[in-house]
Design a protein around this ligand. Sequence first.
Ligand code: ADE
Ligand code: ZN
Length: 336
Amino acid sequence: SPLHEFLQRLPKCEHHMHLEGALAPSLLFELAQRNNIALPKDDDAFASPESLIARYKRFTSLDDFLHYYYIGMSVLINTSDFEALAWSYFTHAHRSGVVHAELFFDPQAHTTRGIPYSTVLSGFIAACNRANHELGITTELITCFLRHLPIPDSLALFEDPDVQESYRRGDVRGIGIDSTEVGYQPERFKELYDRAKGMGLRRTAHAGEEGPVGYIANALETLDVERIDHGIQLIDNPELMKKVTAKGTLLTICPLSNVVLKCVAGINDVPIKRFLEGGVRFSINSDDPAYFGGYILENYCKVQEAFGLGLREWEVICRNGIEGSWCEDSRKREMF
Ligand code: ADE
Ligand code: ZN
C-alpha cells in the first residue's frame, strides 16, 4: 500500500530493541546444532523452528516470554554467533527504514553461562561497524542489567574492568534495566545509576510495562533516567503524565510487544493517541522482533492501521525519535 511505502521511508530511530530478542528460530536451531547445545526435550515447542514460532504466538505474560528468551540465547557461544545475530537484525532494520539504532543487550545472561563479556561485545561491535559501513546505519550500545538477579551482581558486572573499559571507550553509551518487572522496584538500582551518572553514561529503565505506574515515578525520581522503556502505564496517572511531558522524557513504546505479552487487550489500547494529544514524547520500537512477529516497520504499520495518524503526527513521532536519541547533534541534523 502507498502508506506502507510512506512509513518505510520515514527516517526511523530505534531505541528499544534487545539484540538477543532478534534471534530468529531458524538461526537459533542452526547455532544449537553448530555449538552442540541441547534444547529442552520436555517442551514440544523446541521440536522445530515451526513449532517454536507457533509457541511464540501464545505468550501469556512477560515472564512466559522471558522463559523462552533466556533458553533461546543459550545457543550463543562464539563472537561470530553474536555478530551473526546482530547482523541479521541490521538487515531487517535496513529494510524497515531504520537510520539510527540504540541497542540493548543483556551481558549477565551470557556471563552467568560462562561467556566472557568481551566475546559478546566484540561480536556486536563487528556487526555495528558493518552496519555503519554497508548500510549507513549509526548505532549505540546499551548494557541492560537484569532485575531478577541480586543487586550486588549488577554492581560487580558494572565494575568489571572489561565493562568499565567499554564505557570509557564509548563502545557502550548507557545503561538500562530489564527482565521481570513486578516485585523488582527500580529504586533497588539507585547505587548503579548514581555510579553510571557519575561517569557521564546515558540512563534509561524499563518501567510501567507490566508493572504499575508507580514504578515509572520511582525510576524518574530515584534513578534520574532520561528515557523510560515502555511506560505505557503512565496513562494511569495524569499528574505524572504532565510532569513527564514538561520534562520531555522520551518513552520507548513497543506496540506489538505489548499486544503479544498481553500488557494491553489489543493494539487500540496502546495509548498512542492519548500520548500524542497530551504532548508526551515517544518513539515506536520493536523490543524483541524475532519473538513478537515483526520488526519496527510492522510496529509503525500496526499503529497506522489502528489509529490512522496524519502526516503531521508521524512527523512529530520521527522528530521526537531523532531528538531523543543519544548520538551526536551533528548526526541528528543529518537525520532531520
Ligand atoms: N527483556 C527483553 N525484552 C524485555 C521486555 N519487553 N521487558 C522486560 N525485559 C525484557
Ligand atoms: Zn524491552
